[in-house]
Design a protein around this ligand. Structure first.
Ligand code: SAT
Ligand code: MN
Length: 585
């Protein structure tokens, strides 16, 4: 097979000359194709069938034990001018990057099949959607891309119509961490990824295209590509309002996206549009409209249980791919926090031994179509997207940052997003639990200089007639005993409720030096009497702590040098003065 698009055929033949595959397979996205790939992977031991009675069409993939997370230190943005990639990215000169990647790719697909995956990020007929083609030698990547994107014949037809697509070339190589690189060339809309089969490194439609390359396209075209979930919140009056929320990887985006309201909140319902990535466009009515470019969830398994995310559990008993989870004696998938069953084999397939750590890898994942989610909203397929009432930033902060606050205006909100910080998680290799700045949860994903990204965010103050309000939340505050102060999960709806009431002009707040906070009486805490004293701590402002915080943010902004927009500096000076810190001019 080949395509009607000469540029695509040309690229495929160029890549096959370089990589020397035994065969080329153009993916059409059909079930027949999926079944054949699954068959092949079962034969080769790359997939293991789970219990067909309890988990029909569910499979387990055990990755190489050294290939279980994104590798930020091996991920590069290769722009002609290093300053365009910015201090927030690793950089390599494009020619040098291409030459060393060509070396790795030479002959790497001998004995393998080269798969051509045409895909569309976003509803197939949406003007906001963008297409790409991934070439890979991994059937596991094909099977995951089929769930995560709109992949196959329809995407190819759109690509042929438009003549434009993002090019992603991927090979698992030898899965050798010494020969592993994820390279982005935003000026050419292309990606080269070698040596890893793990999600964010290998499913190129996801972080590589839908965030790093798309953020670059978005800046040029006047929109935003963000690391945000999207939910619709329906109130008892039957009105649904949409919010998008940015949190770093493994901070509960999937749980929030599928939230089930607490029992006190009869008549409320949360609708899931997306759990990870959000493309935001100024709409014809002057509001911000959001689409989820993905069509599936690549969610963190550990911690997903009846109490934390029942919707997720309900979508995971059929048609799902599990990566690096444990299995029970009945050959069902298992992870810490799932159930009281005891794991039988750990994520590496060894007899479970608690002495060796958790049974499931802390970054073990499930891949499943969003259509299987009980709270799935058909609006996820709306080509026009959904209108956004509020944007929410959040991090994992055990101290200082209150449960929720509202920014005073757009520029203040952009500063709040730019100042975001969070404790690191297992989603990336490296130390876990270290607080690092993670502006808009985009530190690992912004495909260009953060200073320019902040300017781009500020520019929406003029682009939009009806700006969404901006909020910051923190579900992760801990008391002196090390326990979480806020119950989280379903109870997070109470915070979303206040946020939407603020948007409607119906809820009260007090102005503090860091923004607008709810008072106890502004929150709907029915049934949460157990909270008692912790609410005071959750809503307290510690001026000395905030002086340090803003001083640290000042140093952080300095690290981006002269390209940091003056308006952001001015905003930083304003909020610093409010907590009694004089920011240097
Ligand atoms: O590995 S992914 O980037 O796909 C998931 C995540 O870290 O958010
Ligand atoms: Mn993510």
């Amino acid at each position: 097979m080949s395509s009607k698009l000469a540029a695509l055929n040309h690229w495929v033949s160029e890549v096959s000359q370089l990589t020397q595959p035994d065969q080329i397979h153009w993916c059409d996205g059909s079930i027949v194709e999926r079944d054949a790939l699954v068959e092949l992977m079962l034969e080769r031991g790359e997939l293991l069938a789970l219990n067909p009675e309890t988990h029909p069409d569910c499979y387990l993939h055990r990755s190489h034990p050294g290939d279980v997370a994104r590798v930020e230190h091996l991920t590069f943005v290769c722009t002609a001018d290093q300053a365009d990639a910015g201090p927030n990215n690793n950089w390599m000169a494009p020619d040098q990057a291409r030459a060393s990647m060509d070396g790795l790719f030479t002959g790497c697909m001998r004995g393998r099949t080269l798969y051509v995956i045409p895909y569309c990020m976003g509803p197939i007929h949406s003007p906001y959607a963008r297409c790409g083609v991934e070439i890979t030698d991994s059937p596991y990547v094909v099977a995951n891309m089929r769930i995560m994107t709109r992949m196959g014949a329809d995407a190819l037809a759109r690509i042929e119509r438009e003549g434009r697509f993002v090019r992603g070339l991927h090979s698992i190589g030898e899965l050798d961490p010494e020969r592993r690189f994820i390279m982005h060339f935003p000026e050419e809309l292309s990606i080269l990824s070698y040596g890893s089969g793990y999600g964010g490194n290998a499913l190129l439609g996801k972080k590589c295209h839908a965030l790093r390359i798309a953020s670059w396209q978005a800046r040029n075209e006047g929109w935003l590509a963000e690391h945000m979930l999207i939910v619709g919140i329906q109130n008892p009056q039957g009105e649904t309002h949409y919010v998008a929320a940015a949190f770093p990887s493994a901070c509960g985006k999937t749980n929030l996206a599928m939230l089930i309201p607490p029992v006190t909140h009869a008549g409320w319902k949360v609708w899931t549009i997306g759990d990870d990535i959000c493309w935001l466009h100024p709409g014809p009515d002057g509001r911000l409209w959001a689409i989820n470019p993905e069509s599936g969830f690549f969610g963190v398994a550990p911690g997903t249980g009846r109490n934390t995310n029942p919707n997720a559990l309900d979508m995971l008993d059929r048609d799902a791919i599990f990566t690096n989870v444990a299995v029970t004696a009945e050959n069902g998938p298992w992870w810490e926090g799932k159930s009281d069953e005891t794991p039988h084999k750990d994520w590496q397939g060894r007899d479970f031994d608690p002495g060796r750590g958790p049974a499931a890898h802390p970054n073990s994942r499930f891949t499943v179509s969003m259509r299987q989610c009980p709270s799935f909203s058909a609006e996820a397929d709306n080509p026009a997207g959904v209108p956004i009432s509020a944007l929410i930033f959040g991090g994992r902060r055990e101290s200082l940052v209150p449960l929720v606050f509202e920014a005073l205006d757009w520029n203040h909100g952009v500063l709040v997003g730019a100042s975001m910080a969070s404790e690191t998680t297992a989603a990336a290799t490296g130390a876990v639990g270290v607080v690092r700045r993670d502006s808009m949860a985009m530190k690992p994903f912004c495909g260009y200089n953060f200073a320019d990204y902040f300017s781009h965010w500020l520019s929406f103050g003029d682009r939009l007639e009806h700006l969404p309000k901006i909020f910051h939340v923190n579900w992760f505050r801990k008391g002196p005993d090390g326990k979480f102060l806020w119950p989280g999960f379903g109870d997070n709806l109470r915070v979303l409720q206040w946020i939407l009431e603020r948007c409607a002009g119906r809820a009260g707040a007090v102005e503090t030096p860091i923004g607008l906070l709810p008072r106890r009486e502004d929150l709907d805490l029915r049934g949460l009497e157990s909270l008692n004293g912790s609410l005071d701590a959750l809503l307290a402002i510690d001026p000395a702590g905030w002086r340090n915080e803003w001083a640290d943010v000042g140093n952080y902004l300095d690290s981006f040098g002269a390209r940091v927009p003056d308006a952001l500096r001015a905003e930083h000076a304003r909020v610093s003065a409010l907590v009694g810190h004089v920011a240097p001019a």
